[in-house]
Write a protein that binds this ligand. Structure first.
Ligand code: NAD
Length: 458
């Protein structure tokens, strides 16, 4: 996640050379503004840390590290998920909070960036203990959360159940105050939005489909004439049946895989999917709908034994989990965790198109290596904003107490993502920067201009 910092600085340097960027700022004032912007964008406004004191059902008392990082509220209240995972630490949460600031600005959402984390493996706790952890989280961070201050949502290890519990605790601790918009990603009964659970996975696939089908097909001639290496990678795959592998078959990966397998615009064949245990492979294409049904009935896990495959009539071979990344496929869809493609495996990656569903799944070094080889990476900041976009719709619907149908939610989601893609893609294919850098330049430009107008750069 160090790459965020490098890209922010590189984006600012590129912008500072562009005379149309903040033209009122000249010479020394411009230098000063640059320094202020680097400082403002690199560091969070606040880091809140607590050790939640929990009495387990067996009577043992534990203290669990937990965080809420508020990176920037330049554009609106802090917004970002709460992750339950044993590897959660302050630096990781701070980096994810920064990414939220940039992502929300890129997609023109009226939110700043924040992120939360609790250092546990939720599978090791009982339901009653998890309920207590959620309540304590809200109690410990009570003063800093709220519908117009900081609005959390689910992330890895949390879902609508946890958001319902947290909202319930917020309601109890703020009697008589607005509470419905204090959390998003809630269940429908508690004011959640239809389509929120599927939004990120659908949005991830939409960005890829929109780029490859709509943009590339409509601009073939122009793209062929450019010297942009990424344009040629896209063109090489424009009319092919695409062999695809999906790392991570959770909320995001399973929805994105289903969208890809049912797509009427591109011809996709998903030959491999993996989760934290295994990879399943079938060169003729996996039955994604069947696998979605299987994981729904098995606590989210893919089958790990041949007997389970046979029992559920799933045609696949069981292979080593991490081998998925190095398969000879056209498209890799990364939907698990951070830092999955790194210095040790980057040279073995064969896919020429990579979609980042997860946040930060490629390290800085690997990102640069792959970009230099012309691999077209659709970055997290662009691809996986569907969740926060529909969270915004949930927040608005909660305020108005008027709810949209599922079709309306998806239509507005795709319209919003299309708007961002229409801004970024012509710029991207027209210059030599990778898509990540282009997206950052756009987002940093927007944030910088707002900060300047708010008088923060003096
Ligand atoms: P999830 O917990 O539902 O699913 C994660 C999946 O990854 C599971 O199938 C898990 O078994 C698998 N996995 C874990 N380690 C793995 C490994 N080493 N190899 C292969 N698979 C592995 O989480 P999710 O909500 O689907 O989120 C996945 C990623 O997407 C995270 O990085 C998250 O931050 C990011 N993200 C999610 C959302 C959202 O709305 N769900 C929004 C933005 C970003």
């Amino acid at each position: 996640m160090q790459k965020q910092q490098t890209i922010i600085e590189e984006s600012l340097k590129a912008l500072m050379k562009d005379e149309s960027f903040l033209p009122d700022l000249q010479s020394q004032t411009r230098e000063q503004a640059f320094k202020s912007l680097v400082a403002l964008l690199s560091t969070p406004n606040h880091i809140h840390k607590s050790f939640l004191r929990i009495t387990l059902e067996n009577g043992r008392i534990v203290r669990i590290p937990s965080f809420r990082v508020q990176h920037s509220d330049t554009v609106g209240p802090y917004k970002g998920g709460i992750r339950f995972h044993e590897s959660v630490n302050e630096e990781e949460v701070a980096n994810l909070a920064k990414l939220m600031t940039l992502k929300n600005a890129l997609h023109e959402l009226p939110f700043g960036g924040g992120k939360g984390g609790v250092g546990i493996n939720p599978k090791e706790f009982t339901v009653k203990e998890l309920n207590l952890i959620c309540k304590k989280y809200v109690q410990y961070f009570n003063d800093i959360l709220g519908p117009d201050k900081d609005i959390p949502a689910p992330d890895v290890g949390t879902g609508e159940r946890e958001m319902d519990w947290m909202m319930g605790e917020y309601k109890s601790t703020h009697p008589g105050q607005a509470y419905r918009n204090s959390f998003t990603g809630k269940s429908i009964l508690n004011g959640g939005s239809l389509g929120r659970r599927e939004a990120t996975g659908k949005g991830v696939y939409f960005t890829f489909r929109y780029m490859m089908h709509n943009f590339v097909q409509e601009n073939k001639k122009w793209l062929r004439d450019t010297e942009n290496p990424f344009a040629h990678t896209a063109l090489d795959h424009a009319d092919k049946k695409l062999k695809m592998a999906v790392q991570g078959f959770g909320n995001l990966g399973s929805v994105a895989a289903l969208e890809a397998s049912q797509c009427n615009y591109l011809q996709n064949k998903i030959v491999a999917v993996s989760d934290h245990n295994v990879m399943l492979y079938n060169d003729d294409g996996l039955d994604i709908q069947g696998l979605v049904k299987y994981v729904e009935g098995h606590d989210g896990d893919l089958p790990t034994e041949n007997g389970q495959l046979e029992e559920h009539d799933i045609k696949a071979e069981i292979k080593g989990r991490d081998d998925l990344l190095e398969l000879d496929v056209d498209v890799l869809l990364l939907a698990a965790l951070e830092d999955q493609i790194h210095e040790d495996n980057m040279e073995n990656i064969k896919a020429r198109l990579i979609i980042e569903g997860a946040n930060g799944p490629i390290t800085e070094k690997a990102d640069k290596y792959l970009a230099d080889k012309g691999v077209l990476i659709v970055p997290d900041i662009l691809a996986n904003a569907g969740g926060v976009i529909v969270s915004f719709y949930e927040w608005v619907q909660g305020r108005e107490a008027q709810f949209m149908t599922e079709d309306e939610v998806y239509q507005r989601l795709f319209d919003k993502m299309k708007g961002t893609m229409d801004t970024i893609l012509p710029q991207f294919f027209g210059d030599p920067f990778p898509l990540r850098q282009n997206s950052y330049i756009h987002s940093v430009k927007k944030l910088s201009t707002i900060m300047y107008r708010q008088g923060k750069l003096y």
